[in-house]
Design a protein around this ligand. Structure first.
Ligand SMILES: C[S@@+](CC[C@H](N)C(=O)[O-])C[C@H]1O[C@@H](n2cnc3c(N)ncnc32)[C@H](O)[C@@H]1O
Length: 292
């Protein structure tokens, strides 16, 4: 499948702006997707190492390889494997969540708008959403619905889901009586099945070591918990633990750089940008660390 036309990159201008001049720099794109970000980085002269867990994106990655040769490397793994990279880089970028290709292909089971097996696996391995439901207890399911979907009456719904053990997207959809809960329930299950928050926390843990001084970490999030993880992680990087008498900001290894939300123009052209939020942090150079 040629995915090139289908996914409109979100907040790409803001990300490019935050990265500045990337000619000759090395960037890790943790979420290749349709390659919108990677392509933009390559066009501006960067070397790119890209991750994606979805086997469907491999052919798009191959196209970039053909065009850019060894300036582009694709790693078909979850981005928590970023910790295995044994070099330092100039930037690490995350554009989280799912792609249009994933949500728009009914057989992937992410969408409640088409009937399909209740799958939801980005990697297409591991347990499906219906197997996840079978393995979890009612309180565990309720917790997932509450935490990642902010679903009210999560216990009642979790019990109904557990008892009916839906195997298809429509079977699950039909168990949800409040239409406002349908999208949040699907989102919550998707986040849990793919361990999206665990992946993000693990990858962010590896970032400070991987960045060169002056290197940047840019994250585009689509969910309040995702955004909170990024915000809190950046907060730990920008405040140094230790002697409480020294203003923490003065010994912090990172500074916060621009945050960005989609413009009205972007929202008009791309409904998927709706809940997007960009945050960035920059690792201080040795000079900056010494001068404070
Ligand atoms: C929003 S899309 C990225 C779109 C991309 N920036 C573009 O412009 O085309 C998110 C992509 O990240 C991938 N992804 C999500 N979580 C991942 C993880 N933990 N490891 C690797 N890839 C992941 C998904 O499979 C999806 O293809």
């Amino acid at each position: 499948m040629n995915t090139e036309q289908k996914h409109i990159p979100v907040l790409l201008d803001a990300v490019i702006n935050a990265l500045g001049d990337i000619n000759g720099k090395t960037i890790i794109d943790c979420t290749f997707g349709a390659g919108g970000y990677s392509r933009a980085f390559l066009e501006r002269g960067a070397h790119v190492i890209a991750f994606d867990r979805d086997p469907n994106v491999v052919s798009d990655a191959k196209n970039l390889n053909d065009k850019y040769g060894d300036r582009f490397t694709f790693i078909p793994k979850t981005f928590s494997h970023v910790a295995d990279i044994d070099m330092t880089v100039d930037a690490i970028v995350f554009d989280l969540g799912i792609s249009s290709m994933q949500i728009d292909v009914p057989e992937r089971g992410f969408s409640f708008r088409a009937d399909a097996p209740l799958d939801m696996r980005m990697s297409q391995d591991g347990i499906t959403a219906s197997e996840f439901i079978a393995q979890k207890s009612v309180p565990e399911l309720a917790n997932v619905l509450r935490m990642y979907g902010d679903v009210k009456k999560a216990n009642i719904l979790a019990r109904a889901i557990k008892e009916n053990a839906p195997k298809t997207t429509f079977e699950l959809r039909d168990l949800i009586h409040n239409p406002k809960d349908v999208a949040p329930v699907f989102q919550a299950l998707r986040i849990a099945v793919n361990d999206e928050m665990g992946e993000l926390e693990q990858a962010l843990d590896a970032v400070p070591e991987l960045l060169k001084p002056g290197g940047k970490c840019i994250c585009v999030t689509f969910h309040s918990i995702e955004d909170r993880i990024v915000k809190n992680t950046f907060r730990t990087w920008t405040s140094a633990p230790g002697d409480p008498r020294i203003p923490t900001i003065e010994r912090a290894p990172f500074d916060i750089i621009k945050t960005a939300l989609p413009t009205d123009e972007e929202l008009k052209n791309n409904s998927r940008a709706r809940s997007a939020h960009m945050r960035g942090a920059i690792k201080r150079t040795e000079n900056e660390m010494e001068s404070v």
